[in-house]
Design a protein around this ligand. Sequence first.
Ligand SMILES: Nc1ncnc2c1ncn2[C@@H]1O[C@H](COP(=O)(O)OP(=O)(O)OP(=O)(O)O)[C@@H](O)[C@H]1O
Ligand SMILES: [Mg+2]
Length: 390
Amino acid sequence: MINSSLFFILALLICVFILIAAYSAKLKSDEQYRELVQFSNSIILRMDDKGRITFLNRFAQDFFGFAESEIIGKSTIGTIVPKTETTGKDLEDMIRDIIDSSEKYKININENMRKNGERVWIIWTNKAFQVSNRKREILCIGNDMTKIKEAEEKLKEAMEIKNRFVSIASHELRSPLAAIRGSIDLIADGLTGPVTEKQKYWLDVTRSYIARLNRVTDDILTVQKFEAGKMSFEMRKNDLNATVSEITAIMKNSVSEKGLGLLTDLDGKIPEFIFDKDRIVQVLVNLINNAVKFTDKGCIRVSTALDKDRVKVSVTDTGCGMPAKELPKVFEKFEQLSNAQERKSGGTGLGLSIAKEIVVHHGGDIRVESELGRGTSFYFTLPLTPPGTP
Ligand SMILES: Nc1ncnc2c1ncn2[C@@H]1O[C@H](COP(=O)(O)OP(=O)(O)OP(=O)(O)O)[C@@H](O)[C@H]1O
Ligand SMILES: [Mg+2]
């Protein structure tokens, strides 16, 4: 009897001991959890379905400059959220929207306000949760991105200045170049008096340099228009094979001057379809010119083929090829590979970046395959129905 009572008391003591240990462990973990929330380097706040703040961690109190007693129970609007952003966006509407449909605002960036009125940019993640049967709150975790936003603004300004400068400089170059070209033509055509053979030779050299300068200014303007989203396209029904034939006929002479062949292999099944003829000519001319520049013997082949709902075009050469490790940068702006430097081939390294922009605008893609010393193939596709076609 005594034994069983002792055993019972001992068991009770052990249970009490376990309970005390578990409780103090819980207290400790609660304490750690509270510290984590209060002092984490993020803003943690909760608001009720009226947009009133029910919790703001210590980090956020310091960040916004409010004491806990000043902010709890107050509306976010007018305390840490201004009524409107400096961009004009209505933040009162936004807070209402976050409360009604927080799913839409899993992540959002908006302007906030410190107690002293200073504006700051915060990236927020928002999540609604049920506090009780009737009560729903929104948990918002934010991080300060004011510095990143300022840097972004400065970068945007610098890009705008650069774009304006490039545009003005290129336009300003165009008119004097046209005037120089006109004067040279006048002299070369003998309208200002007789021209000797030697003078004619140098006038022709000058003309070819002017043409080169014209190409460079045109390319720079094209790139700038793409960057500014101001490039216009004339999307019309056209015949791709006829376009390829026209362009290869025009280029045949300059290709054969270099002792190279220019062959075409055109798929007669390609129907007429919508594309900007001048822009696709620009792509073909650059690909063929590149092939000529980097090929010393052999031939250049331009092929077209219908592949279901798209057309595949390829320009293949038997030239010097490109080193495999340099291939990834071939479509980047102002990028010329080591073969261009070795050959002093001229150009600005803009041709392929423009070609890519044009093809992508048509809803197609462009890629390259190349083997050093054996040749290069560029492939691009054009959908029979480009994006935006009704
Ligand atoms: N068919 C090719 N064979 C070998 N290398 C090529 C070929 N096509 C392009 N490249 C390499 O890719 C680079 C970029 O070509 P891209 O057409 O953009 O510029 P570019 O021809 O040098 O100058 P631009 O076209 O602006 O006059 C070339 O400088 C060259 O190094
Ligand atoms: Mg080129």
